[in-house]
Design a binder for this molecule. Structure first.
Ligand SMILES: Cc1cc2nc3c(=O)[nH]c(=O)nc-3n(C[C@H](O)[C@H](O)[C@H](O)COP(=O)(O)OP(=O)(O)OC[C@H]3O[C@@H](n4cnc5c(N)ncnc54)[C@H](O)[C@@H]3O)c2cc1C
Length: 303
């Protein structure tokens, strides 16, 4: 049947592509679905300095390289936004805006997205000084003055990390800190971190790249000259389409075991959609491979 597959992979970011490469090596039929651009987040990363095999590569280059590899292996990606997945008699029914597919196993590789602020300059300067990933982009601002915007533990962790690379870190807290006491105390001890509490980020300014930010409270507005701003709020994972499966998750991030299996038999997950601390390309690719191998073994157990 045209719309029936052994495995369906949802998301063609690096995790989903890696899963597809491993699936291609088996004799199983599979479908790789994505609602956007093949390569996912990779397409928006300015520069990657920590992926094995490349001392430095633009995200779009790595994405194109993966697409060339897919072409060589005869792997296609099909457009479709998955909006519902159901399971009946060991068969998954995957619905997109235009089609319904059936499969024995599903690999969830739908990634996550950053919480955007929706303020002036945020979209224009994304990748030009606006970054949602200090681990990834911090080193590009070595010895520069940068700002962090957030109030939870991970914003504190990243402010500390940036303070080890950057000359000065302006840490703007829109509300009272929700970080642990240990993190808070560590941050206030750092000489090159300046805490600015109770201010909201209003605008990001610059010409070609970020040159300053505007912050304000009820009383005043301030302009701070920085080369980068890191708004560090929660990542969002939207797995609403899985609701009927009752997948164990933590705020939308899926819980898996060491074989990348979820609590739903036949449903595997990999990459940024997984509940984990380190969200990087290298482990997304690795998890894609593990999820594919687990899915292959699962499907074969029925044959
Ligand atoms: C600015 C930035 C810089 C970064 N820099 C680095 C770096 O230097 N080094 C590093 O190792 N990591 C870096 N990262 C992290 C890295 O990009 C991610 O860990 C990795 O890309 C995750 O891959 P993924 O395949 O899990 O998800 P994604 O790349 O997010 O792919 C998920 C795919 O699923 C699709 N999708 C989502 N929902 C649906 C649906 N309902 N139906 C169909 N398709 C769907 C999306 O369209 C997308 O293509 C950076 C991240 C950011 C944001």
């Amino acid at each position: 049947m045209a719309n029936e597959f052994d495995v369906i992979v949802i998301g063609a970011g690096i995790a989903g592509i890696s899963a597809a490469i491993y699936l291609k090596r088996s004799s199983l039929s599979f479908l790789l679905l994505d609602k956007g651009m093949v390569g996912g987040k990779l397409n928006y990363i300015h520069k990657i300095d920590n992926y094995p095999g490349f001392s430095s590569i633009a995200g779009i280059e790595l994405s194109l390289s993966l697409q060339r590899q897919m072409k060589q292996l005869n792997i296609e990606s099909t457009y479709g936004e998955v909006n519902k997945i159901e399971k009946k008699d060991n068969i998954f029914q995957v619905r997109t805006d235009s089609d319904t597919y059936k499969c024995k196993a599903t690999i969830l590789a739908s990634g996550s997205s950053e919480q955007r602020l929706g303020i002036k300059g945020e979209k224009e300067f994304f990748g030009k000084g606006v970054s949602y990933c200090a681990t990834c982009d911090g080193p590009f601002f070595k010895n520069k003055e940068v700002a962090v915007y957030g109030y939870k533990d991970f914003a504190f962790e990243d402010a500390l990390y940036l303070s080890s690379i950057c000359r000065r870190v302006y840490f703007i807290l829109p509300k009272k800190s929700k970080a642990s006491e240990a993190h808070y105390n560590e941050v206030i001890k750092k000489e090159n971190i300046q805490l600015i509490q109770g201010y909201k980020l209003k605008e990001i300014k610059g010409e070609q790249f970020v040159s300053s930010i505007l912050i304000s409270n009820e009383k005043e507005e301030k302009e701070i000259h920085v080369s980068a701003i890191f708004p560090l709020f929660e990542q969002i994972s939207s797995i609403q389409f899985l609701s009927s499966l009752k997948v164990n998750n933590c705020n939308g991030f899926v819980l898996i075991d060491s074989s990348n299996s979820t609590n739903v038999p036949g449903l595997f997950a990999c990459g940024d959609v997984v509940n984990k601390k380190v969200k990087q390309l290298v482990n997304a690719a690795s998890e894609g491979a593990i999820a594919a191998i687990s899915a292959i073994n699962y499907v074969r157990s029925f044959k």
